[in-house]
Design a protein around this ligand. Sequence first.
Ligand SMILES: NC(=O)c1ccc[n+]([C@@H]2O[C@H](COP(=O)([O-])OP(=O)(O)OC[C@H]3O[C@@H](n4cnc5c(N)ncnc54)[C@H](O)[C@@H]3O)[C@@H](O)[C@H]2O)c1
Length: 371
Amino acid sequence: MRIALIKGDGIGVDVAEATMAIVEAALAKVGEQAPVYDEILSGAGYYKETGVDIEPGGEERAEAADAIFLGAIGLPSIRHKDGTEISPHLRLRDRFGLYAGVRPVKAYPNAPQRLADPRAAGIDLIILRESTEGLFYSAAAHNRSLVVNDDEVQDILRITRKTTTKLHDFAFNLARKRRERGKPGHLTCVDKANVFTSLAFFRKLFDEVKERHPDVPVGYNYVDAQALDLVRKPWEFDVMVTENMFGDILSDLAGGLVGGMGMAACAEIGDANGLFQPAHGSAPDIMGQDKANPLAAILSGALMLDYLAEKLERPVLADAADLINGAVEHGFEENALRPMEFGGDMGTKAVTNQLLSRISNRMPAKTSVSA
Ligand SMILES: NC(=O)c1ccc[n+]([C@@H]2O[C@H](COP(=O)([O-])OP(=O)(O)OC[C@H]3O[C@@H](n4cnc5c(N)ncnc54)[C@H](O)[C@@H]3O)[C@@H](O)[C@H]2O)c1
């Protein structure tokens, strides 16, 4: 199993290393060997040193791997001349057609609940963010904005039949898989079909694809109402499928509901490649201080193992993913995971070591990230 590993900038490096230690422990527990890593240098720090945002040949090597794992990329102090940041990961999404951005949001016991309503303890949903077009079609990394003159710039929101049909199919299949695992398996199309022709088209394609999945119950919501509902009654939603920019914003909002960005895992899946990363950035305000919560990255590592189980047709890898998810769930239940992000006493290494102990069932942990 070959993993292209891009640690990136800031806390990205720490959480990527923590995740690989956990993935290796889970694989060992199910009798599998550690992955072979192809580490690829990339990020704002690398750009500052070299003038390029990813090492030459890096994109091709990432493409050749079974999966790509990324820590976080970007530092606000390092920018291109036009003021935008270093973001080669947007190019990777584009190049590999990683259209399906899967962002699970789940409340864990003893983790902060930002809503007073006790039903918030049952939040368990997925935001499926289209990740290659929408308004991000014009992301600066792609150089597609129309700079009319010094007084006007236009960005394009692009919706295509090809990508959107694949996205909606993915969404229906995901909802069905969740129902098979005992979850509601309900799918909501989130758009702004009342105002934008492109998003009315997004909904029209949703209705076309719906015909092929009559077993999945569906709903519709405009994105502004969805933002309201995610605060008012998030427990009523299961899978939401939406345009790129809407998904970007809603998934941060939803991550906030269950604690913070340190819980926001993410998988970006295309026809042939999958990239896994926490949804958060490099967190320059806490970098180098062992304060980052590695759980978003670690849960993304579990998503990667689930993906590889299907891609490589090796169900044992899904068992390794279950081990990681179970260790997080039980760790919270027993109040043994107390990330600093939530006012707890555990930094990146302490959280990682606690999970390593749980996964390998040894106390104290034999494999550990050095303190
Ligand atoms: N996919 C990516 O690599 C990605 C995503 C978002 C932002 N960025 C980049 O990261 C840099 C910082 O961006 P930002 O500050 O807007 O977003 P951020 O996600 O890095 O941080 C937002 C806030 O959340 C906190 N936070 C984030 N992750 C955390 C974790 N694991 N544990 C504890 N606290 C955590 C930070 O301390 C900060 O207060 C920028 O350069 C931005 O472009 C990269």
